[in-house]
Design a protein around this ligand. Structure first.
Ligand code: HEC
Length: 140
């Protein structure tokens, strides 16, 4: 019963930040990334992307700025997506693709994920904020 109340609150709160507390509650106790993604809000992630937009475009065909265009980045090989971008050796040394887990670690602390990266960004401390940004990237 309680669960349904929370689900309804998430649905209603999806448009603004008013649903934040409900979404945190709906993620459950000791939430994992999967739990946060389950309650994530891509639209809010788009607003949070404002802190990335000085360096990144995300629309298809968008230019590379200081950082590479991020269209379709989820599932793309790390540091290989944009041929003309001069990726750092630090990021190029990372194997694999940008899974939600890899993005979560990267966005928590870029310098810890890839020491020496050229991405001058301190990171996003809040796991729900990161999940919202990842949901936004996944939708683009
Ligand atoms: C000050 C500029 C700057 C800001 C702000 C910034 N980035 Fe970056 N980003 C970069 C640069 C430069 C790189 C390339 C890093 C490297 O090669 O080490 C990069 C790389 C990336 C990559 C890897 C892309 C690939 O093709 O492998 C992702 C994903 C990414 N950024 C996401 C974000 C997100 C999401 C935000 C906001 C929360 C953000 N960045 C904020 C400059 C920035």
């Amino acid at each position: 019963m309680r669960r349904w109340v929370l689900v309804a609150a998430v649905a209603l709160g999806g448009c603004g930040d008013s649903g934040l507390a409900e979404r945190r509650a709906a993620a459950g106790a000791d939430p994992t990334l999967a739990d946060y993604l389950r309650v994530s809000d891509a639209a809010r992630g788009g607003r949070l992307f404002g802190q990335c937009a000085a360096c990144h475009t995300v629309r298809e065909g968008g230019p590379d700025l200081n950082g590479p265009n991020l269209h379709g980045v989820v599932g793309r090989r790390i540091a290989e997506g944009r041929a003309r971008v001069g990726y750092s050796a630090a990021l190029q040394a990372k194997p694999g693709v940008w899974t939600p887990e890899a993005l979560d670690a990267w966005l928590t602390a870029p310098q810890r994920f890839a020491p020496g990266t050229s991405m001058r960004f301190g990171g996003i401390a809040d796991p729900l904020d990161r999940a919202d940004v990842i949901a936004f990237l996944r939708a683009n």
